[in-house]
Design a protein around this ligand. Structure first.
Ligand SMILES: [Cu+2]
Length: 503
């Protein structure tokens, strides 16, 4: 063989070997990326976060205390995991207030680093929002107050320090904030907290010895993906239920994982609420998909003595097969087992009419804006705390078009408002996106059109956030800021984030 040909042959052999090795490696990565906990044995009784005690001041203000603290929790017998929590070792109590009530939360930070508490889904003044501009230093406290002025809903609270939100939530700082109103109080819905009305805070987790392992898997561009799930901080949880109808307030409090909830026997359930409150009617469904930060209230019918397993199923609308596999779209999790007692208390039928979402329909929109989502930033700009990106006029409604531009799974959360999803890829949205929403999934290839109304109050100097709620992305800069101003007003100057040192 002439020397040149010999070199060429050797090179092609090397190329084929390298190709096979790379292909084999990719195949191994691909098959290794899929996670399933199907068939889990449910061995621990579901913890239900306590309702937070409150006091009512003479002016009618309902006052709560929330203390951010470090602790340890025994998720598994004999293994004490270092954690953070509100008023306890892990997660936080459920706050509950009525529409029209004045509320105040006395937030104390006993951690060794600064954090914030953001009221996710709440309509409130920007200064009270708990975003990156309302930092609470170690040892300091903060006392936001506002009047609840929105329909009954399942909201939640969690830290929002710029660049560190993922870590703070993963360590356990999250809790629910339930709102009631006159209308919801009269509806014959399951409403006994912890009995037939259950908070279901779903998080994925991986342990490394006693510690949480927050490492991101190779190829997982969406962020941290755990290898198992817990509900309200309980691994492999079961709950004994004694009523025919059980209401589950599902909250995806995971930092990156998207769930598609249903039951292992594919039974149908009724969707009764979305992020911002009750839907107009119950909608029969067998799956409801929730990306990080989203909520859904569902009601499931139980038969005496049976067991029903809530599962998160593999998902189809995650972008391409690569993104789907490496970002958890092919994963399966057995999340919670409901164990029905042998005799069940009868529940009234669900009412045909539920909530009255207060949402713009786009017809009175005064302005359209576009938001292109990429990991590097929104509309090509990484978050800057001293830059106001958008200025909206108090009392007006707008249409925002949000497009996934890089194929990585994202979602879009807007502070202060509940919006209507007008269109998903030019079509009418599915039932779970027809109610009041503050967060919407925007996987690869998707474009959503939203109608939002900004009712204020105006504050040209204090921005609200809009961002991807996959916290690894948010921390990396997928966030922007908007201010609400009076008509003809201009954005002011953002003051540098400072820590509150007392109240
Ligand atoms: Cu994202």
């Amino acid at each position: 063989m002439p020397p040149l040909r010999r070199v060429l042959v050797a090179l092609s052999v090397a190329a084929v070997v390298l190709g096979l090795a790379l292909g084999g490696g990719a195949l191994w990565l691909y098959s290794d990326a899929k996670v399933s906990t199907a068939g889990t044995e449910f061995t621990r009784e579901l913890a239900v976060p306590p309702l937070a005690p409150s006091t009512v001041r003479s002016d009618g203000t309902r006052v709560f205390d929330l203390t951010m603290q470090a602790g340890h929790k025994e998720f598994r017998a004999g293994a004490k995991t270092p954690t953070w929590g509100f008023n306890g070792d892990h997660l936080g109590p459920t706050l509950r207030a009525k529409r029209g009530e004045k509320v105040q939360v006395l937030v104390s930070n006993t951690l060794d680093e600064a954090s914030t508490v953001h009221w996710h889904g709440m309509h409130l003044p920007a200064r009270m929002d708990g975003g990156p501009h309302q930092m609470v230093a170690p040892g300091a406290s903060w006392a936001p107050h506002w009047t609840v002025d929105q329909p009954a809903a399942t909201l939640w609270y969690h830290p929002h320090p710029h660049g560190r939100t993922e870590r703070h939530v993963q360590r356990g700082l999250a809790g629910m904030f339930l709102l009631d109103d006159e209308r919801s109080a009269k509806l014959p819905l399951p409403r006994r907290y912890g009995i037939d009305d259950l908070p279901v805070v779903v998080q994925d987790v991986t342990f490394d010895g006693v510690h949480f392992d927050h490492g991101r898997k190779l190829m997982a561009t969406s962020g941290f993906l755990g290898d198992r799930t817990m509900v309200n901080g309980t691994l492999a949880p079961y709950k004994v239920v004694k009523d025919e109808l059980v209401r589950l307030r599902l909250l995806n409090a995971s930092t990156a994982r998207v769930y598609d909830f249903g039951f292992t026997d594919d039974r149908r359930f009724s969707l009764i609420g979305t992020d911002g409150g009750l839907t107009e009617q119950p909608v029969a469904m067998d799956r409801v998909q929730l990306s990080p930060g989203e909520r859904a209230e569902i009601v499931v019918r139980m038969q005496p003595g049976e067991r029903a397993v809530l599962r998160s199923f593999p998902q189809k609308n995650y972008g391409d097969f690569w993104q789907t596999r490496f970002n958890g779209g092919d994963d399966t999790f057995d999340v919670l087992e409901l164990r029905a007692a042998d005799t069940l208390r009868p529940s009234p039928e669900l009412p045909a009419a539920l909530g009255q979402p207060e949402l713009p329909d786009g017809s009175d929109s005064v302005r359209s804006r576009f938001f292109g989502l990429q990991m590097s930033g929104i509309n090509g700009k990484a978050m800057a705390t001293d830059r106001i990106d958008e200025t909206v006029t108090r009392g007006t409604s707008e249409i925002w078009t949000v497009r996934n531009q890089d194929g990585v799974p994202h979602n879009f959360h807007v502070h202060d408002v509940q919006f209507r999803v007008l269109e998903v890829d030019g079509r009418e949205p599915p039932p779970e996106l027809r109610g009041a929403k503050d967060t919407v999934f925007v996987p690869g290839g998707r474009t959503v059109k939203l109608a939002l109304r900004f009712t204020g109050p105006a504050d040209p100097d204090t921005p609200y956030m809009y961002h991807c709620h996959l916290l690894y992305h948010e921390d990396g800069g997928m966030m922007g800021q908007f201010v609400v101003v009076e008509e003809g007003g201009q954005a002011g100057k953002v003051r540098t984030p400072h820590s509150h040192t007392g109240h």
